[in-house]
Write a new protein. Sequence first.
Length: 202
Amino acid sequence: MAACWAKTHPILNKHMLPIGLTLAIIIALGIPQIGIAVGSQLPGGLRTVVPFAHLTDLGAARAPQRLHRGASVKCRVLEVDHARRRVAVTLKRALVRSELPPLAAASEAVPGAWHHGFVTGVEAYGVFVQFYGGVRGLCPKAECAVGEGEGDGPREGSLRDFFRVWQPLKARIASVGADGRLNLSLRRSGAGGEALGEAGPG
């Protein structure tokens, strides 16, 4: 596993780091053998970390060569943990380049809206998707749309044939439960969207 702490824009402070913000960062130091890397502090004592799962679209066991010390890359803020004084960011191209609004809180979820997220689990009954700020939802198998274009329902077989953990994708908010749980769909509706994320498996 690998991750990279990095320097970010010097004028930013802990009150100017909204979740989903796009930043240009400079890789400071990576230590892949222990899964973390250390870099300079931000104003307010915050540090910036790129989790190993967010080094590439499908995650990486090691930092790619392009992420050498001193390299400048674009990222987006995933989470801000003031208690641990840490800012987690993603380098996933599908998320960084996305023009969809980042979903940073379950209370912001609106049925019918599309958002970019990434897969955190694949089970026989559905796919778990995470957005920004730790927001999570479940897309049931019937809504995974892996067979769209060849019929109304999903293809036979395991969802693991079509989805991988850490894979980015677009998901539509199907409904929001009274308890705040998000029910998702990958099916195309009148608003558009894609059945699979830009970095599909295989």
